[in-house]
Design a protein around this ligand. Structure first.
Ligand SMILES: NC(=O)c1ccc[n+]([C@@H]2O[C@H](COP(=O)([O-])OP(=O)(O)OC[C@H]3O[C@@H](n4cnc5c(N)ncnc54)[C@H](O)[C@@H]3O)[C@@H](O)[C@H]2O)c1
Length: 160
């Protein structure tokens, strides 16, 4: 089965990423599976995924009827991500995202800004941190059993 829809699945060599890749294939997507397929951190206390793992995901995706493109890269490396997306766009077509991480972030931020009542592009970690400090503070001693939406007004779009 082949459609115009393309799923880019990260961490695709095994685990949740592999299962997601297969599920997208079953749903008719063409699947690009991204993985480092090597030790990702010295803090890992279990074995790394391997290139063979990614190959096996590819077999399972194809068995499920999906077209498959493996892309080995480290997601922490922006240049590698841009290059990887260029490969994906070349193989599967499309242009959004373009593969240029900086440009894609700007495009996404512009689109998001138009949707948000407060006109902010999206929430940065620094926008959420003060809320955590407040909740831990004496001033918030009477606050419990509730959640706070730090959404730049986006919650108005789905609760209005
Ligand atoms: N399995 C669970 O029950 C569960 C539940 C909640 C959250 N999580 C979290 O979800 C994530 C995935 O879980 P999993 O069980 O599939 O883990 P996993 O270790 O089986 O798979 C993670 C995959 O990501 C790849 N990867 C790691 N760093 C990468 C990088 N920098 N660039 C590219 N690829 C990279 C690894 O090579 C590996 O194939 C983990 O962060 C895990 O902590 C897992």
């Amino acid at each position: 089965m082949s459609t115009e829809r393309v799923a880019v699945v990260t961490g695709a060599a095994r685990g949740i990423g592999r299962a997601t890749a297969i599920a997208f294939a079953r749903a008719g997507y063409r699947v690009a599976g991204v993985d480092i397929a090597a030790p990702a951190s010295s803090a890992m206390d279990y074995g790394p995924a391997t290139p063979e793992d990614l190959v096996q995901t590819g077999r399972l995706v194809e068995d499920a009827g999906g077209e498959w493109l493996p892309v080995i890269l480290d997601q922490r490396d922006r240049a590698a991500v841009s290059e990887g997306f260029a490969q994906i766009v070349e193989r599967f077509g499309g242009g959004e995202p373009t593969g240029d991480v900086e440009q894609d972030e700007r495009t996404a931020a512009d689109a998001q800004r138009k949707k948000l009542p407060l006109g902010v592009p999206w929430i940065e970690p620094e926008d959420v941190a003060p809320l955590v400090v407040f909740l831990a503070s004496e001033e918030a001693r009477m606050v419990s059993g509730t959640s706070f939406a730090a959404t730049g007004g986006d919650s108005a779009n789905f609760t209005a």
